[in-house]
Design a protein around this ligand. Sequence first.
Ligand code: ZN
Length: 153
Amino acid sequence: MEHVPCDTHMRERLDPVIPESLRPSFTSVFRQLQRGKALEEMVFLEGHYLVALDGTGYFSSPTIHCASCLQKVHRNGSITYYHQMLGAAIIHPDVREVIPLMPEPIKFISIKPSVATESGGPGSCAGHSRVPSPDHGHPASTGGSGPSRYGSA
Ligand SMILES: [Zn+2]
């Protein structure tokens, strides 16, 4: 690639992409790695893999929000709405390559009217967290910057 697209161009290209539509690609690559025995060299300890996790913010707004938005309530009572996702990759200290896994959204889920929690963490790989992104136009992630990149928080 000779020229890396600017942030705005990247967002324009990525905003319409439904994140869940990427899952088959991750699954396909992972199956090929399994069949090709590439996972075997990634075994770290007694048949187990080492997975690096990192959360990153990709949307933040003082006004635009959806039912899945996480919320940060500031001292002055204002609210910042934001979205984060959990990225994961199988790693091995002796292997240069890493195997990225499908990122999972960290979403606000109200269990009872007065009780709420975040989901999308390491223990939430069940299907209920695999929901396409919210229906308001979030800017797509173009790097490792957090919510503050979009000028709030
Ligand atoms: Zn939202």
